[in-house]
Design a protein around this ligand. Sequence first.
Ligand SMILES: *Cc1c(COP(=O)(O)O)cnc(C)c1O
Length: 354
Amino acid sequence: MSTFFNERYAGIVPYVPGEQPHDRSYVKLNANETSVPPAPGVRAAANDGLFASLGRYADPAALPFRRAVARRFGIDASWVFAGNGSDEVLAFFFLACFGPHDPVCFPDVTYGFYRTYCDAFGVPCREIPLNDDFTLDVDAFCAAPEHVVIANPNAPTGLRIPPADVARICRAHPHRLVIVDEAYVDFGNPTCAPLVHEFENLVIVQTLSKSRNLAGAHIGFAIARPSLVDDVRKVKMCFNPFNMSAPTMALGIAALDDQSYYDACIARTIEERERTTEELARRGFTVLPSHANFVFATRPDLSAADWADSLRRQGVLCRHYDAPRIADWLRVTVGTHAEMDAFLSCTDTFLAGR
Ligand SMILES: *Cc1c(COP(=O)(O)O)cnc(C)c1O
């Protein structure tokens, strides 16, 4: 640490993303991304017109991209906030809405970034334990006095709650904010986005990193009341007005405008998810019923850390969390048919060598 690092960050633990090693080529199933390219229109969007316009700053309001989101959801662009990935969008909402006197709660097993934001921004937080079967304790979230942040479907479990339960949490305390991170919603789940018209305290956050095959462009957005969107915009304008670049917006618009390509990709992912779940179950694993583009699996007689190490040595990367409650579990991104065959055959090699 340098002598210049401000003491308010003394105990900070940065977020650790799935590793991106370059020592060899891997079947990469550790960050819920995909090896499948984005829609053909995304390539076409990186055209000469875009190239010629790069000398100018992009629209600080990110209106062209927000309009594309608004078209897709049948709302006005004033209901949309946009940023570089849902990570940045979430960060702006945390900065704008939470603070020392506005604590938040989230499940004990969920996306690790929520705690990172709290630590970094000085927001007190409380973890509400998931039930023993990893389902969300909806009643506990209804009763909680803090602002609420949940991922739905949750990560790394892949379990979900129905929109009726989200509505119940919103209704329980209308003065609390309820942020629902829908990073995985497109993998066969109903979005809670229409509920923003009913609940002033609801924020829906989505990303193009997972279901739109665009992690490398890093695009996310939120849907909420225009007054709240405008508050968050003010915070953004104090920090990085031109957060979304022109190329980023152009790629995102093209991706949102080609639904049929992505519908086909998602259908294949769901098919592979179900096949992988069945194949793991046949090998004695317990697999949670996933509603996302990953599966979460365990087998009582083996160490998930050893399983992950063996897979890594064989060239397959998965995500193991050395965290309470889930240290015996492995999160495996659902890739292509060939990638899942490789994962299953390397798992067989691991099982045979024990
Ligand atoms: C991947 C993920 C994100 C981050 O997505 P980006 O848009 O790439 O920043 C947010 N929330 C959850 C639950 C995720 O799994």
